[in-house]
Design a protein around this ligand. Structure first.
Ligand SMILES: NC(=O)c1ccc[n+]([C@@H]2O[C@H](COP(=O)([O-])OP(=O)(O)OC[C@H]3O[C@@H](n4cnc5c(N)ncnc54)[C@H](OP(=O)(O)O)[C@@H]3O)[C@@H](O)[C@H]2O)c1
Length: 322
């Protein structure tokens, strides 16, 4: 099969397109004919060696994807052959990322994609939607609460808005441009604040006395804002290590009994991951999740796709293996 592979970490030029043997599904695995491969920041960071993982001879990048099951291994119901699926964690613990014509994954990492849901949406879910779920629900239900989602036009932010609305929360979000404001409104945010041109604390306080939970993409830049608007006992849940690290104002945080939580999807306990997969699947089946605008790249241009994500493309970057 044709695949994008790398043998050593480094800049996107380490990616090359080559023929590798098509993988066969082992016990408990399914093989997926990849329709679209979704690119996330984690994919270029792993390839670049920023967050390196061991390479087993070669590595095919990209955790997320969508496609159709065309073979199953021992122990998997053969009736799954022909099923449309979205794939998550394809490159965790193995070389078979989704930037290839086929991938093999444990059966639970290929989740049914309802007829009404596009392959584009399916390839966009894995890392962003599961991370959004973890950030929103690690500290209990949010029904009736107000959640602040920093960066609501990002991939994680987008699904955080949609999953929070589905769970019965009001959502406040911050963005940096009118284009991103439109995306956040389309996702269902109740209040969208441009943090560059407006005063976020004032705008949020006009809308609500305080927020009950924060999903944070830029803790260094936003901790002061979060602290201003957080209700007592609120969790501030940080999932990104971009920008400068914050100085933690201990007394101010202690005075409000705030909780500072960090999330890395790769370390989320299995039962919580399973619950996230199940609830993202349910939201998908209910038509509650939508796709961001996307830009598609041919497999031969996987390096350019990685570069686009690294340089902050607004929306979803997808690779077409076929
Ligand atoms: N911990 C995990 O398991 C995990 C999982 C997924 C992603 N991540 C990490 O999370 C980050 C975002 O991932 P993504 O896929 O959502 O990327 P993305 O689609 O590029 O979105 C990032 C968003 O963050 C916004 N942002 C940046 N600085 C901001 C600030 N000071 N205030 C408010 N918003 C701000 C950006 O918009 P503006 O710059 O226009 O504000 C952009 O919309 C990446 O660093 C990624 O590696 C971590």
């Amino acid at each position: 099969m044709r695949a994008a592979v790398y043998d050593t970490t480094g800049p996107s030029q380490v990616l090359r397109i080559t023929e590798v043997e098509r993988p066969e599904p082992g016990p408990g695995q399914v093989r997926v004919r990849v329709e679209l491969s979704g690119v996330n920041p984690t994919d270029w960071k792993t390839r670049a060696g920023v967050t390196a993982r061991p390479i087993d001879g070669f590595a095919i990048p990209n955790q997320d994807g969508s496609g159709v099951i065309d073979a199953v291994g021992p122990g998997v119901d053969p009736s799954r052959i022909g099923e449309r699926v979205w794939v998550w964690f394809a490159a965790v613990g193995q070389r078979w990322g989704t930037a290839a014509e086929w991938t093999v994954v444990p059966a639970g990492r290929a989740v049914p994609l309802p007829e009404g849901a596009s392959f584009e949406l399916g390839a966009s879910l894995g890392v962003p939607a599961l991370t959004a779920h973890r950030c929103l629900f690690a500290d209990g239900p949010i029904d009736g609460q107000t959640v602040l989602v920093a960066g609501g036009a990002g991939a994680v932010g987008h699904f955080a808005i949609e999953l929070a609305k589905r769970a019965g929360a009001r959502v406040v979000t911050t963005v940096s441009s009118p284009e991103k404001a439109d995306l956040a409104r389309a996702a269902g945010a109740d209040l969208v604040v441009n943090y560059r041109s407006e005063d976020p604390v004032a705008r949020i306080r006009e809308f609500t006395p305080a927020v009950d939970r924060v999903v944070e993409v830029a803790l260094g830049a936003n901790l002061a804002l979060d602290l201003e608007v957080a209700a007592p006992l609120a969790p501030i849940v940080c999932y990104a290590a971009s920008g400068d690290d914050p100085v933690v104002p201990v007394r101010a945080m202690m005075s409000k009994n705030l909780l500072l939580r960090f999330v890395i999807l790769y370390g989320v306990p299995e039962p919580d991951l399973a619950r996230a997969v199940s609830e993202v699947g349910a939201a998908l089946a209910e038509g509650r999740l939508s796709e961001l605008p996307n830009r598609r790249y041919a497999l031969a241009d996987t390096a350019a796709a990685h570069d686009a994500v690294e340089h902050g493309f607004v929306g979803k970057v997808l690779v077409e293996p076929a």
